[in-house]
Design a binder for this molecule. Structure first.
Ligand SMILES: CC(C)(COP(=O)(O)OP(=O)(O)OC[C@H]1O[C@@H](n2cnc3c(N)ncnc32)[C@H](O)[C@@H]1OP(=O)(O)O)[C@@H](O)C(=O)NCCC(=O)NCCS
Length: 166
Protein backbone atom coordinates (compact mmCIF):
# COMPACT_ATOMS: atom_id res chain seq x y z
CA UNK A 1 0.00 0.00 0.00
CA UNK A 2 1.22 3.53 -0.84
CA UNK A 3 2.77 5.35 2.12
CA UNK A 4 1.77 9.00 2.33
CA UNK A 5 3.30 11.85 4.32
CA UNK A 6 0.77 14.26 5.84
CA UNK A 7 2.29 17.75 6.04
CA UNK A 8 1.37 21.42 5.74
CA UNK A 9 1.21 22.77 2.18
CA UNK A 10 4.28 24.81 1.21
CA UNK A 11 4.72 27.11 -1.84
CA UNK A 12 7.32 24.83 -3.45
CA UNK A 13 4.95 21.86 -3.72
CA UNK A 14 3.77 21.18 -7.29
CA UNK A 15 0.05 21.83 -7.45
CA UNK A 16 -0.48 21.96 -11.24
CA UNK A 17 -0.97 18.20 -11.86
CA UNK A 18 -3.54 17.84 -9.06
CA UNK A 19 -7.00 16.73 -10.23
CA UNK A 20 -9.77 15.28 -8.08
CA UNK A 21 -12.53 15.31 -10.72
CA UNK A 22 -14.17 18.44 -9.36
CA UNK A 23 -12.69 21.52 -11.10
CA UNK A 24 -13.73 23.96 -8.35
CA UNK A 25 -11.63 22.06 -5.79
CA UNK A 26 -8.65 21.78 -8.17
CA UNK A 27 -8.82 25.52 -8.87
CA UNK A 28 -9.05 26.29 -5.17
CA UNK A 29 -5.82 24.36 -4.48
CA UNK A 30 -3.99 25.91 -7.45
CA UNK A 31 -5.17 29.52 -7.24
CA UNK A 32 -6.85 30.44 -3.97
CA UNK A 33 -5.68 28.41 -1.00
CA UNK A 34 -2.39 30.31 -0.59
CA UNK A 35 -4.29 33.58 -0.11
CA UNK A 36 -6.52 31.99 2.54
CA UNK A 37 -3.47 30.61 4.35
CA UNK A 38 -1.65 33.95 4.09
CA UNK A 39 -4.64 35.75 5.61
CA UNK A 40 -4.93 33.19 8.44
CA UNK A 41 -8.37 32.15 7.22
CA UNK A 42 -7.38 28.51 6.76
CA UNK A 43 -4.58 26.00 7.15
CA UNK A 44 -3.97 23.58 4.32
CA UNK A 45 -2.51 20.09 4.71
CA UNK A 46 -1.57 17.64 1.98
CA UNK A 47 -0.86 13.95 1.60
CA UNK A 48 2.39 13.56 -0.34
CA UNK A 49 2.97 10.40 -2.36
CA UNK A 50 6.47 8.84 -2.31
CA UNK A 51 7.38 10.89 -5.44
CA UNK A 52 6.38 14.07 -3.53
CA UNK A 53 3.31 14.69 -5.71
CA UNK A 54 0.16 15.90 -3.96
CA UNK A 55 -2.21 12.94 -3.57
CA UNK A 56 -4.82 14.76 -1.50
CA UNK A 57 -5.45 17.89 0.53
CA UNK A 58 -7.77 19.43 3.08
CA UNK A 59 -8.26 22.76 4.80
CA UNK A 60 -9.01 23.53 8.43
CA UNK A 61 -10.50 26.67 9.97
CA UNK A 62 -12.15 27.62 13.24
CA UNK A 63 -15.95 27.88 13.13
CA UNK A 64 -19.01 27.81 15.33
CA UNK A 65 -22.52 26.38 15.03
CA UNK A 66 -25.71 27.67 16.69
CA UNK A 67 -26.94 25.06 19.16
CA UNK A 68 -30.29 24.82 17.33
CA UNK A 69 -28.54 23.71 14.13
CA UNK A 70 -26.79 20.72 15.72
CA UNK A 71 -28.21 17.21 15.34
CA UNK A 72 -30.03 16.18 18.55
CA UNK A 73 -27.48 13.47 19.37
CA UNK A 74 -24.75 16.08 19.77
CA UNK A 75 -26.66 18.63 21.81
CA UNK A 76 -26.91 16.62 25.07
CA UNK A 77 -27.19 19.50 27.58
CA UNK A 78 -24.39 21.55 26.08
CA UNK A 79 -23.79 24.62 28.21
CA UNK A 80 -22.85 27.04 25.43
CA UNK A 81 -24.34 28.53 22.30
CA UNK A 82 -22.87 28.76 19.67
CA UNK A 83 -20.74 25.65 19.88
CA UNK A 84 -17.07 25.71 18.75
CA UNK A 85 -16.15 23.32 15.94
CA UNK A 86 -13.30 22.81 13.47
CA UNK A 87 -14.33 23.28 9.84
CA UNK A 88 -12.79 21.08 7.17
CA UNK A 89 -13.80 23.44 4.38
CA UNK A 90 -12.32 21.41 1.54
CA UNK A 91 -11.20 17.82 1.10
CA UNK A 92 -10.06 16.19 -2.12
CA UNK A 93 -8.11 13.15 -3.28
CA UNK A 94 -6.27 12.94 -6.61
CA UNK A 95 -8.20 10.64 -8.98
CA UNK A 96 -5.09 8.46 -9.29
CA UNK A 97 -5.30 7.65 -5.57
CA UNK A 98 -9.10 7.53 -5.08
CA UNK A 99 -10.79 4.48 -3.63
CA UNK A 100 -7.90 3.28 -1.45
CA UNK A 101 -8.71 4.87 1.88
CA UNK A 102 -6.85 8.16 1.47
CA UNK A 103 -10.02 10.24 1.97
CA UNK A 104 -10.54 8.63 5.37
CA UNK A 105 -6.83 8.99 6.23
CA UNK A 106 -7.02 12.74 5.48
CA UNK A 107 -10.06 13.07 7.77
CA UNK A 108 -8.22 11.17 10.53
CA UNK A 109 -5.16 13.38 10.04
CA UNK A 110 -7.36 16.47 10.40
CA UNK A 111 -9.03 15.03 13.50
CA UNK A 112 -5.65 14.23 15.08
CA UNK A 113 -4.47 17.81 14.46
CA UNK A 114 -7.64 19.28 15.97
CA UNK A 115 -7.37 17.01 19.04
CA UNK A 116 -3.71 17.96 19.50
CA UNK A 117 -4.45 21.69 19.34
CA UNK A 118 -4.86 23.78 22.48
CA UNK A 119 -8.32 24.94 21.44
CA UNK A 120 -11.51 23.24 22.64
CA UNK A 121 -13.86 22.04 19.91
CA UNK A 122 -16.86 19.74 20.01
CA UNK A 123 -16.85 18.38 16.49
CA UNK A 124 -15.38 18.31 13.01
CA UNK A 125 -17.67 20.01 10.50
CA UNK A 126 -17.57 19.64 6.71
CA UNK A 127 -19.16 21.40 3.75
CA UNK A 128 -20.19 18.82 1.16
CA UNK A 129 -19.95 20.30 -2.33
CA UNK A 130 -22.73 18.07 -3.72
CA UNK A 131 -24.90 15.02 -2.97
CA UNK A 132 -22.08 12.61 -3.85
CA UNK A 133 -19.76 14.20 -1.31
CA UNK A 134 -22.58 14.20 1.21
CA UNK A 135 -23.06 10.43 0.76
CA UNK A 136 -19.32 9.95 1.36
CA UNK A 137 -19.45 11.84 4.65
CA UNK A 138 -22.65 10.12 5.78
CA UNK A 139 -21.06 6.74 5.01
CA UNK A 140 -18.35 7.70 7.52
CA UNK A 141 -20.80 8.72 10.25
CA UNK A 142 -21.13 12.48 9.70
CA UNK A 143 -24.64 13.83 10.40
CA UNK A 144 -26.23 16.84 8.60
CA UNK A 145 -27.07 20.00 10.49
CA UNK A 146 -30.74 20.78 10.97
CA UNK A 147 -31.91 22.75 7.89
CA UNK A 148 -28.40 22.68 6.32
CA UNK A 149 -28.26 19.27 4.64
CA UNK A 150 -24.85 19.83 2.99
CA UNK A 151 -23.09 20.85 6.19
CA UNK A 152 -22.32 17.83 8.32
CA UNK A 153 -20.68 17.18 11.69
CA UNK A 154 -19.10 14.35 13.63
CA UNK A 155 -18.22 14.58 17.32
CA UNK A 156 -14.51 14.59 18.12
CA UNK A 157 -15.31 11.96 20.78
CA UNK A 158 -16.42 9.60 17.98
CA UNK A 159 -13.25 10.28 16.00
CA UNK A 160 -11.12 9.88 19.13
CA UNK A 161 -12.55 6.37 19.63
CA UNK A 162 -12.00 5.53 15.95
CA UNK A 163 -8.37 6.63 16.30
CA UNK A 164 -7.99 4.59 19.51
CA UNK A 165 -7.05 7.68 21.53
CA UNK A 166 -7.92 8.01 25.24
C1 LIG B 1 -14.86 12.05 -1.82
C2 LIG B 1 -13.37 11.68 -1.81
C3 LIG B 1 -12.60 12.64 -0.88
C4 LIG B 1 -13.21 10.22 -1.27
O1 LIG B 1 -11.84 9.92 -1.20
P1 LIG B 1 -11.36 8.40 -1.36
O2 LIG B 1 -9.93 8.33 -0.97
O3 LIG B 1 -11.73 7.91 -2.71
O4 LIG B 1 -12.29 7.67 -0.28
P2 LIG B 1 -11.89 6.41 0.61
O5 LIG B 1 -11.21 5.39 -0.23
O6 LIG B 1 -11.18 6.89 1.83
O7 LIG B 1 -13.36 5.86 1.00
C5 LIG B 1 -13.71 5.57 2.34
C6 LIG B 1 -15.08 4.92 2.34
O8 LIG B 1 -16.04 5.83 1.77
C7 LIG B 1 -16.72 5.16 0.69
N1 LIG B 1 -16.97 6.18 -0.33
C8 LIG B 1 -16.09 6.81 -1.14
N2 LIG B 1 -16.71 7.71 -1.93
C9 LIG B 1 -18.03 7.62 -1.62
C10 LIG B 1 -19.19 8.28 -2.10
N3 LIG B 1 -19.12 9.21 -3.06
N4 LIG B 1 -20.39 7.96 -1.55
C11 LIG B 1 -20.49 7.00 -0.57
N5 LIG B 1 -19.40 6.33 -0.08
C12 LIG B 1 -18.21 6.64 -0.61
C13 LIG B 1 -15.77 4.08 0.22
O9 LIG B 1 -16.44 3.05 -0.44
C14 LIG B 1 -15.15 3.63 1.52
O10 LIG B 1 -16.06 2.79 2.17
P3 LIG B 1 -15.56 1.56 3.11
O11 LIG B 1 -14.56 2.13 4.10
O12 LIG B 1 -16.81 1.07 3.74
O13 LIG B 1 -14.90 0.61 2.18
C15 LIG B 1 -12.76 11.69 -3.25
O14 LIG B 1 -13.51 10.83 -4.07
C16 LIG B 1 -12.73 13.08 -3.86
O15 LIG B 1 -11.76 13.81 -3.70
N6 LIG B 1 -13.80 13.46 -4.59
C17 LIG B 1 -13.85 14.75 -5.26
C18 LIG B 1 -13.86 15.91 -4.29
C19 LIG B 1 -14.96 15.83 -3.25
O16 LIG B 1 -16.10 15.48 -3.54
N7 LIG B 1 -14.59 16.17 -2.00
C20 LIG B 1 -15.48 16.07 -0.84
C21 LIG B 1 -16.30 17.27 -0.60
S1 LIG B 1 -15.46 18.78 -0.29
Amino acid sequence: MTQFRFVALTPSMGRTPFTCGKPALDTYLKQHVSQDVKRDLAKCFVALAPDDSIAGFYTLSAASVPLDDLPAALVNKLPRDPVPVALMGRLAVHTAHAGHGLGVSLIFDAAARVMASDIGMLALMVDATDDDAKRFYEHLGFVPLTDKPHTLVIALSVLRKALGKP
